[in-house]
Design a protein around this ligand. Structure first.
Ligand code: NAD
Length: 488
């Protein structure tokens, strides 16, 4: 343990109006470290109606008060200060978060840091570019269009990317002049609680970013609140639908949904197979498969199938050696987030044994902790649960194909549509496939990857709306038209 280690016991309060305050609701719950199921923290608060009400009130005061008077350049200055504070403080915060998420700290220095840092720096340049529009008085009216912030927004986040989702929602929301209440997953709240004071230190006024904790019941209070104007949600399809319903039943708040996936990777026989292996294995094992864009369906052309599948199986088997203590910076792969998630994955895999040929793994790894073996199934039945549903574990399914047409049909035969990958040296075929694949993002000779400059989000039941890039900003503003009568 280094001297910069943060103590979970310091994060048992809500972050409201610029400071930590005890929750009014007295209900609490405990969290364990999934590496060995030891208790990390016994008393995380569950924010109740009075806590949510307080957060909304502080948020409104900030929105109409000090935050509304910040110039765009002052907002940029806050972002730049935040980026510089994160330089020194992000790794200990990610390490703290890892104690209940099980996400290896080895991802912190590059992957996690780049996500978060790039997000802050990217949007720091957008604060003064919400320029709106102007139309001349050809008909006697000058027309102005302003892009106005929505007001109080809420972020409801998943367990597998607690800090990344906090930033991916909060930063574009703040860049456009909104304020935000963040509710991290009940499984991984520590990093979000620890990062919140950095916003205050960076100069954001109290109430601009607040963090409340709790499970679905707390999330529901946000989704149905009458004075919250937008919910940006990342999580499962089922919860996304509930949030959409709650928003419609309450005040028709705007809703952005970043939901699950069952991402296909299509490998043609002319592909660089080493490259395809690298991306597809990384794409299912990163965060032990608890990744929305995990490459969980692999389609390989028959002529190279034996060669590819043999090597894929070998590498998936060998990956067991990369498992270890997620708080050890040398360890690449960690456990499932908790015992219920491990049991869920084990049960789905168990049922999968009769639906496909299990060729790698299939069991829990070790006795202590929540580790699941890297697992590979071949040739699933068409309606197999393992083939149709998001497993959210280190479990992939391989099928073979003969023609491009067949590959496209197989890849699109799903209700999900988040990410796809196509591996080939034929650029014409790659571009044709990129048009045909029904997903929000298509990687050519890569998969399970995102970039802050360009929109990210799902087609079909993988979501509504987009995050990242300029597109996220549009979903945190609304146009207002001003008509000026030149004859008056
Ligand atoms: P989840 O849906 O169980 O929970 C997500 C959040 O919703 C949590 O904060 C939870 O407390 C809250 N919640 C639960 N019920 C609620 C309700 N009725 N009203 C309001 N809030 C409620 O998801 P999870 O298990 O934490 O995350 C895994 C899922 O997230 C996977 O499906 C994964 O694919 C998806 N995900 C998607 C993306 C993306 O960008 N598309 C990114 C990461 C994760």
């Amino acid at each position: 343990m280094g001297s910069t280690d943060l103590d979970p016991k310091d994060y048992t309060k809500l972050f409201l109006n610029g400071q930590y305050v005890a929750a009014k609701n007295k209900e609490t719950y405990s969290l364990k470290n999934p590496k060995d199921n030891t208790v990390v923290i016994p008393n995380i608060p569950v924010a109740g109606p009075a806590d949510v009400e307080a957060a909304v009130k502080y948020a409104e005061e900030a929105f109409h008060g000090p935050w509304s008077r910040f110039t765009a350049i002052q907002r940029t200055e806050c972002f730049l200060k935040l980026a510089s504070l994160l330089e020194g403080e992000l790794t200990p915060i990610l390490t703290l978060d890892s104690k209940t998420s099980g996400i290896p700290v080895s991802l912190a220095p590059v992957r996690e840091r780049n996500y978060i840092r790039n997000c802050v720096l990217y949007y720091s340049g957008w604060t003064d570019k919400q320029k709106g529009d102007y139309f001349p008085a050809d008909d006697g009216f000058v027309k102005l269009v302003r892009h106005e912030p929505l007001g109080v927004c809420a972020a409801i986040n998943p367990f597998n990317a607690a800090l990344a989702t906090l930033f991916l929602k909060a930063i574009p929301a703040l860049a456009t002049g909104n304020v935000i209440i963040v509710k991290p997953s009940e499984k991984t709240p520590l990093g979000s609680l620890a990062v919140a004071p950095l916003f205050a230190r960076a100069g954001f006024p109290p109430g601009v970013l607040q963090v409340i904790t709790g499970a679905g019941s707390t999330g529901a209070l946000l989704a149905e609140h009458m004075r919250i104007r937008k919910v940006s949600f990342t999580g499962s399809v089922a919860t996304g639908k509930n949030i959409q319903i709650a928003a419609a039943r309450s005040n028709l708040k705007r809703v952005t949904l970043e939901l699950g996936g069952k991402s296909p990777a299509v490998i043609f026989d002319d592909a660089n197979l080493e490259n395809a292996l690298k991306w597809t294995i990384d794409g299912i094992l990163t965060r032990s498969g608890q990744l929305c864009v995990a490459a969980s369906r692999v389609y390989v052309q028959k002529s190279v199938a034996d060669q590819f599948i043999n090597e894929y199986k070998k590498r998936m088997k060998d990956a067991i050696n990369d498992y270890g203590d997620p708080q050890d910076p040398a360890v690449k792969l960690g456990p499932m987030v908790d015992q219920p998630q491990l049991e869920r994955v084990k049960t789905i895999v168990e049922r999968g044994r009769s639906e496909a040929e299990l060729v790698v793994g299939g069991s829990q790894h070790g006795d202590a902790g929540c580790y699941m073996e890297p697992t590979v199934f071949l040739n699933p039945k068409d309606d197999a649960e393992i083939y149709r549903n998001e497993i959210f574990g280190p479990v992939s399914i391989i099928k073979t194909f003969e023609t491009e047409e067949e590959a496209l049909k197989l890849a699109n035969d799903t209700e999900f549509g988040l990410m796809s990958g196509v591996f080939t040296k034929d650029i014409t075929r790659a571009l044709r496939m990129s048009s045909g694949l029904e997903s929000g993002v298509v990687g050519i000779n890569c998969v399970s990857v995102q970039n802050i400059q360009v929109p990210f989000g799902g087609k079909k039941q993988s979501g509504i709306g987009r995050e990242f890039g300029e597109y996220a900003l549009r979903l945190y503003t609304e146009p207002k038209t001003v008509l000026i009568n030149m004859a008056a």
